[in-house]
Write a protein that binds this ligand. Structure first.
Ligand SMILES: *[C@@H]1O[C@H](CO)[C@@H](O)[C@H](O)[C@H]1NC(C)=O
Ligand SMILES: *[C@@H]1O[C@H](CO)[C@@H](O)[C@H](O)[C@H]1NC(C)=O
Ligand SMILES: [Zn+2]
Length: 472
């Protein structure tokens, strides 16, 4: 009797300690502005890492049935990479229901997404009991929100800095959105702690849908970001310059789905779908969407990695022409993006979902699945679950698992609701059938020592660097 009481007491103390704001851990020496994590409404200002941490802790303490706070790791300078889950089941995966995510601030000097994600958290928890749509979304989805993937970069960024690269990189100078394994080309950039934490995270939770928030443009940009053709520019600086201004699209087999997801964001946004250029020298994007490589190709991006390795459909959302606009504009950004941010996540409930089980009803983990004609595969979870976002139409699902006879199943997807599809596999000899991406690492994805790539390559990299720091 005594022991449980003591444990309870310790537990309460920990919860209390976590929920209490501390005053001694402000960054720098400047007098902190008045910030009360207990106020019921989040203010429209930029929150530094400690303020953000306090907001997240206070919110999770106030809404224990709707939120859970965890850290996926630390930045180089030791800041936690916080993830807030918002769901009616914050602590446990709901079997059969999708997990989705938003990642903000991968570029430290693009913090509008970081703030909007805090507002999204606040919006969800305060509207759950009154807004049936929010309740439906949180009852049927686990939403994981990483407001800042690059808190060190944010700490050295400057409010009002619309262009430029100060704060874009992590504390070792790496661009985190060029730091992932790449399907098309070998990526020689050494893996950074922030990237490693995200890779580990998405290997543990099977995310169905994801948005990565950036600034510096106004467009929803979808995979692929890289292209097999970009390699030709290793031999000619002229080629690199030409390519920067006339890139060709690099389309996935799920191009219809990616266009749809991008349009869902753009069309629900107050301005994005108008496709107006941010500045006269900048590109204008028809309907507010673009293929990533058609805009400009890049190696090591996060969205291609999510899609090719884990079957997670990620879209890059560029939500502000100015990378770090003044705080007084944040309310307008929230108004512009609020509906988009919510409607985009709901798209996880479109397409096909179900379970792969064996003849006795036991779930089959790591079965390889593919929609026929779409050669990027995905896998079942430990509960045998799978999800795939698809537009209305007639499809064939191919299922392979070791020890079972491969199976093909026809199904139909309609607009109104996801198609529920259970697949029962019969035992068979070890399958040597096709293995789908991402389960076989592409041939070029081998860690190799860095080589001197020659003068033309550095010129080409220089151009890319220039281009990259202009846009988000
Ligand atoms: C959380 O849920 C439990 C069980 O349904 C309920 O008893 C409790 O009052 C809820 N707490 C809050 C803060 O809503
Ligand atoms: C599919 O399988 C799951 C898990 O075994 C089960 O809960 C569900 O009722 C099944 N659905 C259909 C439509 O058979
Ligand atoms: Zn960016």
């Amino acid at each position: 009797m005594l022991l449980p009481n003591i444990l309870l007491l310790i537990g309460l103390c920990v919860v209390y300690a976590l929920a209490q704001p501390t005053t001694e851990d402000y960054e720098g020496v400047a007098q902190p502005r008045i910030y009360s994590p207990d106020s019921q409404t989040l203010d429209y200002v930029y929150h530094n890492h400690d303020e953000m941490t306090r907001f997240l802790r206070a919110t999770s303490a106030r809404h224990p049935n709707l939120t859970a706070l965890y850290s996926i790791g630390k930045s180089i300078q030791g800041r936690d990479l916080w993830v807030m889950v918002v769901s009616s089941s914050p602590y446990e995966h709901m079997i059969g229901k999708p997990d989705v995510k938003y990642v903000g601030n991968i570029h430290g000097n693009e913090p509008v997404g970081r703030e909007l994600l805090l507002h999204l958290i606040e919006y969800f928890v305060t509207n759950y009991h009154t807004d049936p749509y929010v309740k439906w979304l949180l009852d049927n989805t686990r939403i994981h929100i990483l407001p800042s993937m690059n808190p060190d970069g944010y700490a050295v960024s400057k409010e009002g800095g619309c262009d430029g690269a100060q704060g874009r990189y992590n504390a070792r100078g790496f661009d985190l959105n060029r730091n992932f394994p790449d399907y098309f080309k070998q990526n020689n950039n050494r893996g950074q702690p922030e990237t490693d934490a995200v890779k580990e995270w998405i290997s543990k939770i099977q995310f169905v849908l994801s948005g990565s928030l950036h600034g510096g443009a106004l467009v929803a940009s979808y995979p692929y970001d890289n292209t097999p053709n970009a390699r030709i520019c290793r031999s000619s600086a002229l080629c690199a310059m030409f390519q920067s201004y006339s890139s060709t699209p690099s389309l996935t087999p799920d191009d219809d789905v990616f266009k749809h997801l991008s349009l869902t964001y753009a069309n629900n946004h107050k301005k994005m779908s108008r496709g107006v250029a941010c500045k006269s020298a900048f590109p204008a994007f028809e309907k507010g969407i673009t293929n990533g490589a058609a805009w400009y190709p890049l190696t090591g991006g996060m969205q291609d990695y999510n899609y090719v390795w884990y079957g997670c459909m990620e879209v890059t959302l560029e939500i502000s022409c100015c990378k770090f606009p003044p705080a007084q504009e944040l309310r307008r950004y929230w108004d512009d993006n609020q509906l988009s941010m919510i409607k985009f996540l709901a798209e996880a409930h479109r397409g096909v979902q179900g379970f792969v089980i064996d003849a006795s009803g036991i779930p089959v983990e790591r079965a390889s699945l593919k929609i026929k004609g779409r050669d990027v595969g995905f896998q079942t979870t430990r509960y045998g679950e799978f999800w795939r976002i698809l537009l209305p139409g007639v499809y064939k699902l191919e299922v392979y698992a070791d020890g079972f006879i491969p199976k093909e199943v026809d199904f139909v997807v309609v607009e109104q609701h996801p198609t529920l599809l259970n697949v029962t596999l019969q035992p068979g000899k070890r399958s040597d059938g096709p293995h789908f991406r991402p389960f076989v690492a592409p041939p070029h994805y081998r860690p190799q020592p860095e080589r001197d790539q020659g003068i033309f390559s550095s010129i080409s990299n220089g151009l890319n660097g220039l281009y990259n720091s202009i846009f988000g």
